[in-house]
Write a new protein. Structure first.
Ligand code: ZN
Length: 156
């Protein structure tokens, strides 16, 4: 369904080898479970918990790039699903801010090229209210839990 090749935006990327229907599962992220201090700054890592990260799997999931207007998102746990119909040959992207939520993460410049590009890839907590609301359905499970707890506290 997908393969890794050179992306015009960001080095390597993951591309659809056939049309993918909206709602279909594209791939699942896997890799060794790591905590802070167990990887270097530049090493591949995906935050999946307060102090829990997935390291490199060596497979396509290591190469899925960020976009501020992505065509995929986390629908169920660590599975990326298509947010809309994706054409054969299109690059698969997801919004990294639906996984990153570190207090001390300053973000890095975004070059996704989307017309609605936020200009920076930042922690979820640093996004504006409207972006947080828009992205809420695609958050990783640990962030759904974190922010539903926060919402409950506000409501009490
Ligand atoms: Zn962007």
């Amino acid at each position: 369904m997908v393969r890794v090749k050179i992306s015009p935006q960001h080095g390597k990327g993951v591309f659809a080898t056939a049309a993918i229907e909206a709602g279909a599962e594209i791939l699942t992220f896997t890799g060794p479970l790591l905590q802070r201090g167990q990887f270097q700054h530049g090493d591949y890592h995906l935050q999946i918990g307060d102090d829990l990260y997935l390291g490199a799997s060596g497979k396509a999931d290591d190469y899925v790039n960020h976009s501020c207007e992505p065509n995929a998102g986390f629908g169920k746990a660590l599975a990326l699903v298509a947010l809309r119909d994706i054409a054969k040959g299109e690059e698969i992207t997801w919004d990294y801010s639906t996984a990153i939520d570190e207090e001390d993460f300053d973000g890095f410049p975004c070059q996704c090229g989307a017309s609605a590009c936020r200009g920076v890839v930042a922690s979820y907590r640093r996004l504006g209210e409207s972006d947080r609301e828009r992205l809420a359905p695609w958050l990783l499970p640990y962030l759904r839990l974190r922010y539903s707890r926060a919402a409950l506290k506000l409501a009490i």
